[in-house]
Design a protein around this ligand. Sequence first.
Ligand code: SAH
Length: 222
Amino acid sequence: MNRAQLQGIGMTSPRTRDRLINRLKEQGIENEAVLEAIRATPRHIFVDEALAHRAYEDSALPIGFNQTISQPYIVARMTELLLAGGPMKRVLEVGTGSGFQTAVLAQLVEQLYSVERILPLQEKARERLHLLELNNVTCMHTDGGMGWSAKAPFDGILSAAAPEEVPPELLSQLAIGGRMVIPVGGRSGQQLRLIRRISETGYDTQVIEAVYFVPLLSGTVS
Ligand code: SAH
């Protein structure tokens, strides 16, 4: 991919991206650093070429394997919630998918650990992160429901897939004072939660809004 393709033309141009940023502001996203990171991230390289012209619409799009690239609004909202307590050093992302949310987060935290259960998705995401020279991301092909104990504790955990209940492993890998943003629930409905670890055993949970995410599944796919 050359510089022009990265920068984008026509429906992927900087102007089109600015429109998306304005839309996110209208929807209540206020954190300037988050908005800037989204503006700086070429979402069109995170989808198939055939969908590139729709990359700056505020919608989820298919990325194969029955998965989707998250809607920009939800990426912005989750990132804003995660960072609202101040800067973060170590963050775990569950569900790399296309790598779009990963790329946005990588610009805003010191070290990002991202796990994905579907190997071909992870491999593509890795290539994109490499192309964008985001070298503070470590990826692993694994079932993220177990977290990543070797790298814990995390100041932040962000999940892009919804479990029926928050996995205890994720709760225990959160540092005291840390924040987790995670969709929770099944077919009857999901809610986005912000969970803060207050002490060794104390967690505070805030329900943010109704959301629709792909389910957190167990096991891996090669
Ligand atoms: N933020 C991503 C969203 C991808 S969709 C993006 O913008 O592209 C959610 C991803 O979570 C999917 O790729 C799915 O395979 C992955 N996933 C689901 N359950 C998982 C698990 N237990 N461990 C790791 N990844 C998981």
